[in-house]
Design a protein around this ligand. Structure first.
Ligand code: SF4
Ligand code: SF4
Length: 334
């Protein structure tokens, strides 16, 4: 998400009237996108603009608001599954709109035991794209930051594959951070962010950093009221999105803040998510694989994109029949 979009979203979320208007606009946008990509006169170009890769299904934290099923079996993405995504982007023109690979979904990306192998493989694909004069998608890592120690930060920055690195830093004070992000230690997190920022300046200043910060009510959506130690770390980042808790597809109670979209979903139009098993789901709100629409080990990315299971989501959300989709029924986020 661009800085401008983050700012607009933060502003809209802070004012109920603007937020409701914003949600209505999202429904109209869906109608337009539907006609463009799935209507009678559409072409074969895929609507999706970003793909999320879940390297690891497990997480080292237990955040109070997390919707991830921490009891599900751990799985790790293989190089083969990841290759299928990059090969589709390189050789299949129908995915020409994909401009972004997000290295996150459920779980913590950096918990993958062979994480460096996967990052080196991304480097390999980047070189292939360059040789074929194809634009390589932006690579965005979102992490809880606990494992991004100096050594790993240096290794990742030296590979020159990351365009943006995001950190989750909720709460507004070291104490609130540790209360919300159970198992996280503020001192370790702050040290890692500081080390990463310094190394970024030295090794690859083109890498942008951002933060996603859940602000508890009734505090305003900015850092003016925050603890100085928290402010110091947040201000090292190029941008921070301050926001209220969102509902992870209705699995987390966010109170009365939300206006429900009766139809449409920009996430569904713009995104697909590849899980470590090769399974593909419709959006990054689906942390526990309720919306599986295919498996990259058995079908191509385009077959999954255009397959019956995904089309059912696309059509039902166009017709405002969200209630018929178990995954989407309670989702008020997008
Ligand atoms: S870091 Fe993310 S995946 Fe891990 S427990 Fe927290 S919210 Fe859940
Ligand atoms: S759960 Fe459904 S409505 Fe919510 S973001 Fe995902 S696809 Fe969209």
């Amino acid at each position: 998400m661009s800085d401008l979009k983050r700012k607009i979203k933060s502003l809209a979320a802070a004012h109920p009237f603007i937020w409701k208007t914003f949600k209505k606009g999202q429904e109209w946008e869906y109608d337009l996108q539907y006609e463009r990509f799935y209507g009678r006169f559409s072409t074969t170009t895929a609507s999706i603009r970003e793909i999320n890769l879940e390297f690891c299904s497990a997480c080292n934290l237990r955040c109070r608001f997390c919707a991830l099923d921490h009891l599900k079996p751990k799985s790790y993405m293989s190089v083969e599954v990841m290759d299928r995504v990059f090969e589709a982007l390189l050789y299949d023109e129908r995915f020409s709109r994909v401009r972004q690979i997000n290295l996150h979904n459920g779980g913590e990306t950096l918990l993958h035991p062979q994480r460096l192998d996967l990052f080196q493989r991304i480097r390999h694909h980047k070189v292939l794209f360059e040789k074929q004069k194809r634009a390589f998608p932006k690579i965005i890592l979102l992490t809880n930051g606990m494992l991004l120690r100096e050594k790993l930060a240096r290794e990742l920055l030296e590979l020159k594959v990351l365009d943006e690195v995001g950190f989750s830093l909720d709460g507004g004070s070291p104490q609130a951070f540790e209360e919300m992000r159970v198992n996280a230690k503020w001192a370790r997190f702050a040290e890692n962010v500081k080390a990463f920022s310094g190394l970024r300046d030295e090794l690859d200043p083109s890498v942008k950093t951002f933060g996603i910060c859940i602000v508890p009510e009734p505090h305003p959506l900015n850092d003016s009221w925050m603890h100085p130690d928290f402010q110091e770390v947040a201000r090292l980042l190029n941008s921070v999105e301050y926001r209220r808790l969102h509902d992870w597809g209705g699995q987390v109670d966010i109170g009365e803040n939300a206006a429900v979209n009766k139809k449409g979903c920009s996430m569904l139009i713009n995104q697909m998510v590849v899980l470590p098993t090769g399974e593909v789901t419709v959006c990054c709100n689906d942390l526990n694989g309720q919306g599986i629409i295919g498996n990259l080990r058995e079908e191509s990315l385009y077959q999954i994109y255009s397959g019956e299971k995904r089309m059912r989501y696309i059509k039902l959300l166009k017709e405002g029949r969200k209630d018929e989709l178990e995954l989407c029924r309670e989702c008020v986020s997008f």
